[in-house]
Design a protein around this ligand. Structure first.
Ligand SMILES: [Zn+2]
Length: 245
């Protein structure tokens, strides 16, 4: 019974997350627990639990007297701060993971190969659907997660969980924009990190990691500026739910 409840909560959270990432609701929109529960045909309890979890990711905010509202998108300054935090914790994790570079390499190779499979399926599909984009995000994150799995520090892992939750907010912008270009760039940047690890070149891997995170920031802020201009123009269509390659 308890397991079923957990599964339901996770399913409800995933459904709400999908709507948030597809920009179905404008920032500031009120998210009624009862309304969402009716819409998703579940009781209010899993919706309330999902909201608590989504609040941690920064995608929704709790406002006194109003309840939950859709959080504004991250601006360029917040994205810069977030990527700076990622650089700090991921560089630290990489340095520690290098102490057993053999096992680190094996897992990075596996994560990179899985990411490659997703890229192939995106190419075969000819378009980036929401599901494929999510698979890409998961595969991309899995590669970074390997660094923490091998860093041997549970507190560092907890710190990255917070950062990870907030990267969801950057994806609000991504799903609204043309991320196809980034999919291939991110994958090849991971390839450059992996190549240095294969050669047991710690400083090179660190530099490739920092360059990857800098490039992610550069691409995200460009997209954020473009979507802000679109909003100011007022004539733009709402964010597309899928984009073509
Ligand atoms: Zn990445």
């Amino acid at each position: 019974m308890a397991v079923r409840r957990q599964v339901l909560r996770a399913e409800v959270e995933e459904l709400i997350l999908q709507r948030l990432l597809e920009s179905r609701w404008a920032p500031g929109s009120r998210l009624s627990i009862d309304g969402l529960a009716r819409d998703l045909e579940v009781s209010p309890t899993p919706v309330r639990e999902a909201m608590v979890s989504l609040e941690r990711s920064g995608l929704v905010e709790y406002v006194a007297l109003r309840g939950y509202v859709v959080a504004p998108m991250l601006d360029a300054a917040q994205m810069t701060e977030l990527l700076d935090a990622r650089k700090v914790v991921e560089s630290a994790a990489l340095a520690r993971a290098f102490e057993d570079v053999g096992t680190l390499l094996a897992d990075l190779e596996e994560a990179y190969a899985e990411h490659g499979d997703v890229i192939e399926r995106i190419e075969a599909a000819g378009e980036v659907t929401y599901e494929l984009l999510q698979e890409h995000f998961h595969a991309d994150w899995r590669f970074h997660q390997v660094l923490f799995d091998h860093a041997g520090n549970r507190y560092l892992s907890t710190m990255v969980d917070t950062v990870r939750a907030h990267t969801h907010r950057m994806r609000q912008t991504w799903v609204g924009g043309p991320p196809a270009l980034d999919i291939h760039e991110a994958y090849s940047e991971h390839g450059r990190i992996l190549e240095k690890v294969r050669r047991h070149h710690h400083d090179g891997a660190l530099q490739a990691l920092v360059e990857h995170l800098d490039a992610v920031l550069e691409r995200s802020t460009t997209l954020a500026e473009e979507s802000a201009e679109g909003e100011r123009g007022g004539s733009e269509e709402p964010a597309a739910q899928s984009v073509t390659v």
